[in-house]
Structure formats: structure tokens, C-alpha cells
Design a protein around this ligand. Structure first.
Ligand SMILES: [Zn+2]
Length: 477
């Protein structure tokens, strides 16, 4: 593998953003870039972006640029700029290597994850109901300042049915009745969460309990009283339909038990229900004994040595290959391994159907828990959206301005004057090949240049910190 030095470029970028600007305002001009603004508009070559105090103050053609006097300029000739990615479904702070436990959740671990997301160009994340209350302080602090890590939306502690599926063990307090659902929603609203999350699943009929519709209805009604959107983990087509009828605002996963039909599509369109995150990349890891990206520096640089060791172990391969087939006494015995592969296909087919029907869709990965990787999965998800039939331009829109629209956030998600300068600068054209979102040259959060995955080696021995995106052998597409 060729050894590529990034030091000079990095230093220049940092110097550009750290230099004090005159007249109290910090202004940086990104010049000569091809801008993909995230709204679905075609790419605009020969463009400039002016960042003032962390916000985009102007974007337009180079010919019309009036660079403020004394502004720092970063020449982005040959490079592409898109909005920072918004990952609409993550979990944070729960992992140490491949161990997942509520005891690992603290401010430091959450912020460590948020820095990994930012390194991969994911500048906003939406956490799906597994946060401790400290997340409110973290989120508020990020909103008060110009952060150097990903911004956060939180669903607090999502609602889990007693004895049912979902949540983070030891964190989410299970509920049983509609009354308890209302109380739980009111308590989350009082904390100041952004969204309410529900889990409606029985893990392929493995668990005898699933959240009843009386409980989901109470939760949705109560959330709407508090002007909060509700998003639900779903698996079954029938549940998705009933929840859409009840007014749920979004789904955290795509339907995977059977093909989506006209009834669901019509319901979602009539009610304005979002496929808020599709989590296609989530499905694929469960069917893989050997991960094709296990030696890809784009992946390895974002995880700990302990994670790599565990993922490369023969025990894991054996467990994936054989473990699913040998779970004694469960109704899905001898069938789940097949189902896992089938689930990926069903998820992809359903995603294609929803997109083609014009249902509102946002990008989300469900990264964070064991086997799904912060930041890395967002790029896998974009690839899978394109495999499912979207154009790269449209996939990028789903992960930027569409997700901002789902969140009701007018400050991020596109490259337009007035928005935060949350930007992903790429060396290669993502519209020519969506995999080029991995050619990360720079990431800005509120105009702050943060270390990219090609500039950092996450807790790794320094001798492993070699190679840039050009040294990668292509990943399977
Ligand atoms: Zn999740």
C-alpha cells in the first residue's frame, strides 16, 4: 500500500480556518469548487462558498464572487462540496469495542462517537431512543456553539413494551398500558427531547409480546399534544399500516416481512408519513460472515483495534455462519440465516417501491450498536440507495435536505445562504460514482475544519495510519 502524506494539505486547511479574520467576523472563501447543494439541483461547477462566523453567507458562481476584504481563501479546484450528511437513525455512547452496555454511556463516549461521525462527513445525527438524559446537555451545548463534532437530535428514552423488543437493556423503562405510554411520553417531552421513538416488533415472532395498538395510539396522541413527532421501529407491513392510520410521523426502518403494497403507500402519502430512515445497510451486516470491507482503510480507521480483532476472529465467522441456524427451541430455527439474506432483498425492493411511489424518504443507518459502524455505514447506505435505483444526486438529497425537512430544521441540510456551513469536501465526483463520497478531503462543521477519517487513526497503532482513499481497492458494489 502506498504511503500518502496528508500533513501539508491538512495544515493549510487548518491554518485557513484558524486565522483570525478582520472586523470581528471570521470569513473563509471556498473557491473554484463544484457545489452539489443537497436540494436536488444539478451540480454547479466553478462555484464559491463564503463562510462567515460558521454560516454560509453567500454561494454562487466564481464570476460573481465579491470576496470580503481580508477573507481567508481555500482553493478547491477539482473538488466537490456537498452538505454534511445527516444520518437519520443512529445510537451513540453504548459501545466499547464490540461490547454493548448501558454502563459505557457517558458524555465522553457520546462525544467520541460524534467525532467519528464528523470525521466521516456526517455532521448531524438523530439518536433513536437509547439516550441517557445527559444527551440533552450535550445537544444544547452543541447548539449554543460552533461545534467540532456532529450535531445531535435525541429521542430520549424510546418506548418499549414490557417483555417486548427494543431499547437498550438497563436504560429504557418498559411500559404496559396506554396510561403508562402517555406518562412516559409526557416525561420525555418535559426533558426536552426532539422526537418520540416507539418499538413495535417481536423479533420475527421470537418474543411473545409486541406493543399493542392501544398503546401505540396513546403514545402518538400524547406526543402530538406536546408537538413532538413520533417515529416507530417497524418490521411488519400490517403494523406499518396501522401506525400510519394512527398518525405516526415516520418509520425508523423499512417494512421487511413482505412487499409493501398500494394500501401502505396510499396511507403514507395521504398522511404525509415519512420513511424517516430505511436502514438498508443495517440488514446486510447480519448476513455477512466475512465483511468485504474488513481491511478497507476507510472502515478500519474508524474503529478500535479491539473491534477489528473481534470482527476478524474465526469465532465470529463461525457464529454468523452457523449460529443463526442453531438457536434451539425458537420458531425460526433452521430458517433465520436464509431469512437474513431474504430480508436484505425485501428491504431493497420495498425501498425502491416507496421511492418510486413518491413517499417521503430520509437516509438513516441504525449505526452505533454492535456490528453497525458510525459514519462508515452512512456511505454504505448511500451506495445501497443507488443500488435500489436512486440517482446519486437524489441519494445525496435524501441524506441532506430531505432529512433536514423531516426534522423541521431549516439551519442545516443544504448549501444555501443562511445555513450552517456544515460541509463535506470531496476529491472525486459523487455524482459520477456514489462511492466517491468516501474521497473525503475536508469536513466543516459550522465552518470549523474537523479531522477527517483520512487525517485520523482512531485509537490505532500509528503504523496502521497509512493510506488515503486512492489506495483503497474498490469495495464490492
Ligand atoms: Zn435503531
Amino acid at each position: 500500500m502506498r504511503n500518502v502524506k496528508f500533513g501539508v494539505a491538512t495544515a493549510a486547511l487548518l491554518a485557513a480556518t484558524l486565522t483570525a479574520a478582520p472586523a470581528g467576523a471570521e470569513t473563509t472563501v471556498l473557491s473554484n469548487a463544484t457545489v452539489i447543494d443537497g436540494t436536488g439541483k444539478p451540480a454547479m461547477p466553478g462555484s464559491a462558498i463564503v463562510m462567515t462566523d460558521g454560516k454560509i453567507s453567500w454561494v454562487g458562481p466564481m464570476a460573481q464572487l465579491k470576496a470580503p476584504k481580508g477573507a481567508n481563501t481555500v482553493d478547491l479546484s477539482g473538488k466537490y462540496v456537498m452538505p454534511g450528511i445527516i444520518d437519520g437513525h443512529v445510537h451513540v455512547g453504548m459501545m466499547k469495542d464490540v461490547a454493548q452496555d448501558v454502563k459505557f454511556y457517558d458524555r465522553a463516549n457520546v462525544e467520541s462517537d460524534l467525532k467519528v461521525y464528523a470525521a466521516y462527513g456526517v455532521t448531524t445525527v438523530v439518536v433513536a431512543g437509547t439516550d441517557k438524559d445527559v444527551i440533552i446537555d450535550i445537544r444544547n451545548d452543541l447548539r449554543k456553539t460552533r461545534p467540532s463534532m456532529a450535531r445531535v437530535y435525541t429521542s430520549g428514552q424510546g418506548l418499549v413494551q414490557k417483555g417486548g423488543y427494543g431499547g437498550l437493556y438497563g436504560l429504557n423503562v418498559p411500559i404496559s398500558t396506554p396510561e403508562e405510554a402517555r406518562k412516559a411520553v409526557a416525561a420525555e417531552a418535559a426533558k426536552g427531547v426532539d422526537l418520540i421513538k416507539l418499538w413495535v416488533d417481536d423479533e420475527r415472532e421470537m418474543i411473545p409480546v409486541k406493543m399493542p395498538y392501544t398503546v401505540t395510539k396513546a403514545a402518538i396522541d400524547e406526543a402530538h399534544k406536546h408537538k413532538l413527532k413520533v417515529w416507530a421501529h417497524v418490521y411488519y407491513l400490517d403494523d406499518a399500516k396501522e401506525l400510519a392510520r394512527q398518525g405516526v410521523d415516520g418509520f425508523a426502518h423499512i417494512v421487511r416481512d413482505k412487499a409493501v403494497d398500494k394500501e401502505l403507500i396510499d396511507l403514507m402519502k395521504a398522511k404525509g408519513t415519512w420513511q424517516a430512515s430505511s436502514t438498508l445497510s443495517r440488514e446486510i451486516v447480519y448476513s455477512m460472515a466475512v465483511m468485504p470491507w474488513i481491511n478497507d482503510p476507510f472502515f478500519t480507521r474508524g474503529v478500535t483495534p479491539g473491534t477489528l480483532t473481534a470482527l476478524r476472529s474465526p469465532e465470529r465467522e463461525k457464529n454468523v455462519m452457523l449460529g443463526y441456524l442453531r438457536v434451539p427451541g425458537l420458531p425460526y430455527e433452521k430458517k433465520l440465516f436464509y431469512d437474513m439474506g431474504r430480508t436484505v432483498v425485501q428491504a431493497m425492493d420495498n425501498y425502491t417501491a416507496l421511492v418510486q411511489a413518491g413517499v417521503k424518504t430520509g437516509m438513516g443507518t441504525d449505526s452505533g450498536p454492535n456490528g453497525r459502524f458510525p459514519g462508515f455505514n452512512a456511505h454504505e447506505e448511500l451506495q445501497m440507495e443507488v443500488m435500489a435505483g436512486r440517482t446519486p444526486l437524489d441519494a445525496i438529497k435524501s441524506a441532506t435536505s430531505d432529512n433536514a425537512a423531516w426534522l423541521g430544521d431549516k439551519t442545516v441540510g443544504s448549501i444555501e445562504a443562511g445555513k450552517w456551513a456544515d460541509l463535506l469536501v470531496l476529491d472525486a465526483d459523487p455524482l459520477a460514482d456514489i462511492r466517491n463520497t468516501k474521497s473525503i478531503s475536508a469536513v466543516y462543521v459550522a465552518g470549523n475544519s474537523v479531522p477527517t477519517i483520512w487525517q485520523t487513526c482512531r485509537d490505532r497503532p500509528s503504523n496502521a495510519c497509512t493510506g488515503g482513499w486512492k489506495d483503497r481497492s474498490p469495495t464490492p458494489y
